[in-house]
Write a protein that binds this ligand. Structure first.
Ligand code: SF4
Ligand code: SF4
Length: 466
């Protein structure tokens, strides 16, 4: 070990001595170390960027994603879902839950580690904290120190920035529901909007600023159920105890008999956002973010040992001291993939089945038919037409039937329906019965600027033998 490495290692030990196992009563000040998993975490953070940008995206003259709860119109780019089709959104949520369970089963809690809003917001808040208050040691010292001018200044700047992000999160959420920034500025927002915005902002401020890992450890219900989603083949960060034990501190110039590769520097624990000591085995506090892998790899590099003392592996592979079966080589991965793909296909199919015009025909039952003075019959139909598109629908009504004697009379053969509006039409068909039959098949047709829509019905008469 050269002199430079020896100084670096001693520094790590000094740092390690100041570290305590997280039992929930103290704020974690995790150390930040660059590495590939740190980079992945930032990429995961970027996935949330569209959340802040999408409310400003215009799509065909309106907000691209807009949940107009008052009118019951839910716009997702070209798709508009009306209240009566909300089941599609429910199915989408079920799909996302299934996807989450499948991902957890194969890759562990990657959602928690890289994508969860709690993890991402906490990461941003602690980054700001580090920028203003300094390294974890300085932050701990500042917390323990007296309230002098420097502490007041640093804490004020930090909290102002945190509150700004929390408010931005709350307001952004409401923008999806048709609220505008100007409503907050000119004071025209409703009390409900104000309450929801405040609850979201307060939630972001408290959970990301103060509770941090406590949310993952004690509050999040998902953390509680994840145990049943993992199996012994799930690939998760783990400490290779075969290689690491017996852990022994490095002492300059001393040969350590029976020493494993772990130099007991605590760096893997110092970087852990939930304060887990991965060397003790899998704990439910572990959000599988891989930051301990980055930390240990950097230590291994310093001491000239191979990387991967902490690595992504499965419990089975770890116990057998072998390489894990990679996810793409597991049958279950492919079964899950097929299941998820089928589910996705079903959702796409269901979305496509939502036509721009909801076209229903209700045949008058009392009476089923009226016999006219010339001996012919008349049936009455009530048409319910709902425009579920973003444009007016102009249509012409007609019909086809195997019964050539039928003719149509409608309260309006040509009609126009504005977006989101419902129109009712009364339609009468009159004609004779088909020989020896009381029913003739009829197909009503609407030719519109938004496509052709059809509805099968019947024409009913009294039985007359001819
Ligand atoms: S596992 Fe790696 S980072 Fe953790 S204490 Fe051992 S050597 Fe240090
Ligand atoms: S133990 Fe490692 S993978 Fe688990 S949360 Fe801590 S740093 Fe992330």
């Amino acid at each position: 070990m050269d002199k430079k490495t020896s100084v670096q290692i001693e520094k790590l030990y000094l740092e390690g001595e100041q570290w305590e196992q997280n039992l929930g009563e103290k704020t974690i000040h995790a150390k930040r170390i660059p590495g590939k998993f740190r980079l992945l975490k930032w990429i995961g953070t970027l996935i949330w960027l569209p959340f802040f940008l999408l409310p400003y995206l215009d799509w065909d003259g309106r907000q691209a994603i807009l949940f107009d709860t008052e009118k019951g119109h839910y716009h997702l780019f070209d798709i508009t879902i009306f209240s009566q089709d909300l089941w599609v959104l429910a199915i989408m949520l079920i799909f996302l839950s299934v996807l989450l369970a499948v991902l957890t089963s194969i890759f562990g809690r990657i959602f928690c580690g890289y994508l969860c809003f709690q993890t991402v917001w906490t990461d941003i808040f602690t980054k700001i904290e580090q920028f203003i208050e300094g390294s974890p040691n300085k932050r701990r010292a500042l917390d323990a120190g007296n309230w002098d001018l420097d502490k007041i200044k640093k804490k004020t700047i930090k909290h102002v920035l945190w509150i700004m992000i929390a408010l931005l999160s709350g307001v952004t959420w409401m923008l999806y529901f048709g609220v505008e920034w100007v409503d907050y500025i000119d004071g025209s927002i409703s009390l409900t909007t104000l309450v929801i915005t405040s609850v979201i902002a307060l939630g972001a401020y408290v959970f990301a600023g103060f509770m941090r890992e406590q949310s993952c450890l004690w509050v999040c219900p998902y953390a509680r159920i994840q145990g049943v989603m993992l199996d012994k083949k799930t690939v998760i960060p783990a400490y290779d105890y075969h290689r690491g034990e017996n852990r022994k501190k490095l002492v300059k110039g001393e040969f350590q008999e029976d020493a494993g590769d772990c130099i007991d520097c605590h760096q893997c624990v110092a970087v852990c956002p939930t304060g887990v000591d991965i060397r003790k085995g899998q704990e439910y506090g572990c959000i599988t973010c891989g930051l301990c892998i980055d930390a240990c790899d950097s230590v291994m590099e310093k001491v000239g040992k191979p990387k991967g003392l902490i690595l992504y592996t499965s419990l089975n592979a770890l116990n057998a001291n072998s390489s894990p079966v990679l996810p793409h080589k597991r049958i279950i991965t492919w079964l899950y993939t097929i299941g998820v793909a089928l589910f996705a296909y079903l959702i796409i199919h269901l979305m496509n089945s939502i036509t721009p015009l909801d076209f229903k025909v209700i045949q008058e039952r009392t009476p089923l038919f009226v016999q006219l003075s010339d001996g012919s019959f008349r049936n009455k139909y009530r048409f319910k037409l709902m425009n579920k598109s973003n444009k007016s629908i102009d249509g012409v009504l007609s019909f086809e039937s195997s019964n050539p004697s039928l003719n149509i009379k409608s309260s309006s053969k040509n009609f126009s329906i504005k977006p989101g509006q419902l129109k009712e039409l009364y339609v009468f068909l009159s004609g004779k019965n088909k020989k020896g039959k009381t029913k003739s098949e009829v197909e009503f047709i609407i030719n519109s600027n938004n496509g052709i829509f059809t509805y099968k019905s019947i024409f009913i008469t009294k039985k007359i033998d001819q």
